[in-house]
Design a protein. Structure first.
Length: 461
């Protein structure tokens, strides 16, 4: 046990470490955030021409014109239909509009053909795209497609032919569509545009053709992506290591300090296994948290390396997940430093010092803060895998599984709290302590595990 003469400098160091941790987290929370991949490399608030990059970004070279891309206009059904949620549906040739025109106020299908396909964003100077999700299949659980009030669409599929439902404006103004695409995470930006003029006298689908005039060609959307990008293996390992650390090891390490140890004066447990766990709660607390933090640190290094490979130097801390993850890791790594700078524990029968009480509160607060930020980091991380890093289905499955796991842990925590309350009630111990007398050994010294176990039951703790 540290001597009393060490209490003041240790307490000062502890306060400095905690203040540094809180300051860093505050800085992370206040710094600007941007998305990580094309087309979400461009913030959703960017509309019109501002949405299209004009210079190189990440590993994408500066945009160049691509004359191989084309735009065709077809009619769409007068009212939204479920068929429009099928990406590889076929548009009848009778619905083709032969010229670069549109009918004001009518619903249309804009056919975008990209021979060298990649994810793309498209903007319209007027009119509204129908929301069919980031994969143009009617499902928004993998991310929304529309932005800017429907004047922009972000497609996260690599299709040669994409069918977008677009409602024309009533104002009759010329409408310009512009596409920016990139094939893969390292392909250069390519752009193309087309303008369509209004014509109130356009005939309805199938009408107004000269006798014997053949209908326009039918249009079919692509059903399967071309050249699907695979997620970087380091990101996959990062996800598994962080899940192991922040969903299993560290939460159980925290819970062992609250639920595994027995209350002061409690009789031995009826089960030998339970008694063994209760006597080893402090070792569990240390080892589970230590292994968890090592796993999290390795996961952080892998993520850093993967970002270097995928986006290049200087592209770190460019997403919400990166900020939440860095804040979580910083809070977690602060805990062992905080533990080694703790004020000395009171001797049996003595009350806790004010500094010891403050340290215990801060130690608990930092632990729960790290756990809370880890939930946000895990949620935004699975969303990034789903929307930005080439794993839409795997990211969605991981996100759903993690949310279910959090609910299970929350219910188990409630049950553990009830059990803990009942056990302490039987022993006449207040739920939140008793002024530092019977509970003055709530936090034992690290030196106690070096040679002897937790003090005997019935004595001061």
């Amino acid at each position: 046990m540290p001597s009393p003469s060490r209490a003041a400098p240790l307490a000062g160091a502890m306060r400095s470490v905690n203040l540094a941790a809180f300051a860093a987290v505050a800085i992370f929370a206040c710094l600007p955030r941007t998305a990580t991949a094309h087309p979400s490399l461009v913030g959703s608030s960017k509309c019109g021409e501002d949405a299209h990059p004009t210079t190189a970004r990440s590993h994408h070279a500066a945009p160049v014109p691509d004359n191989t891309m084309s735009f065709l206009m077809y009619y769409a059904a007068e009212a939204p239909t479920d068929d429009e949620m099928v990406p590889d549906r076929t548009i009848p040739g009778d619905w083709a509009i032969d010229s670069a025109q549109y009918k004001p106020g009518a619903r249309h299908t804009l056919v975008v053909k990209i021979p060298d396909p990649g994810e793309f964003l498209i903007t319209a100077t007027a009119g509204i795209f129908r929301e069919l999700g980031a994969h143009d299949d009617g499902r928004t659980n993998y991310g929304a497609g529309t932005a800017c009030g429907g004047a922009r669409y972000n497609l996260k599929e690599k299709w040669e032919t994409t069918l977008l439902v677009w409602t024309a404006p009533w104002t009759g103004e010329p409408v310009r569509f512009k596409v920016t695409t990139a094939n893969g995470k390292h392909g250069g930006f390519r752009t193309a545009s087309a303008s369509f003029t209004a014509n109130e006298n356009l005939p309805a689908p199938g009408e107004g053709r000269a006798p014997g005039s053949p209908p326009g060609p039918p249009a079919s959307g692509s059903g399967e992506p071309v050249g699907e990008d695979e997620m970087n293996g380091k990101f996959v390992a990062h996800g598994w290591l962080m899940a192991l650390a922040w969903a299993v090891l560290i939460p159980f390490g925290i819970f062992s300090a609250r639920y595994a140890r027995s209350p002061p004066g409690a009789p031995p447990a009826r089960s030998d296994a339970v008694e063994t766990v209760r006597r080893a709660w402090f070792q569990l607390h240390i080892w589970l948290n230590s292994i968890g933090l090592v796993s999290a640190l390795i996961g952080g290094v892998l993520s850093y390396s993967a970002v270097e490979e995928e986006l290049g130097d200087g592209m770190h801390l460019r997403s919400a997940h990166a900020y939440w993850g860095a804040a979580t890791l910083l809070l977690g790594l602060n805990q062992p430093l905080n533990a080694f700078t703790r004020p000395p524990a009171p001797l049996p029968g003595e009350a806790k010092s004010a500094e010891r009480r403050r340290w215990e509160k801060v130690h608990r607060a930092l632990a729960w803060a790290a756990l809370m930020t880890s939930i946000v980091a895990m949620d935004t991380g699975t969303e990034a895998a789903m929307n930005d890093w080439g794993a839409p289905k795997g990211g969605k499955a991981a996100n759903s599984a993690y949310i279910a796991w959090v609910w299970m842990v929350l219910l188990a925590t409630c049950a553990a709290e009830v059990i803990r309350w009942r056990e302490r009630q039987k022993l006449g111990i207040p739920m939140w302590g008793d002024g530092g007398q019977a509970m003055n050994r709530n936090f034992v010294e690290l030196s106690e595990i070096e040679g002897e176990d937790e003090p005997e039951r019935g004595g001061a703790r």
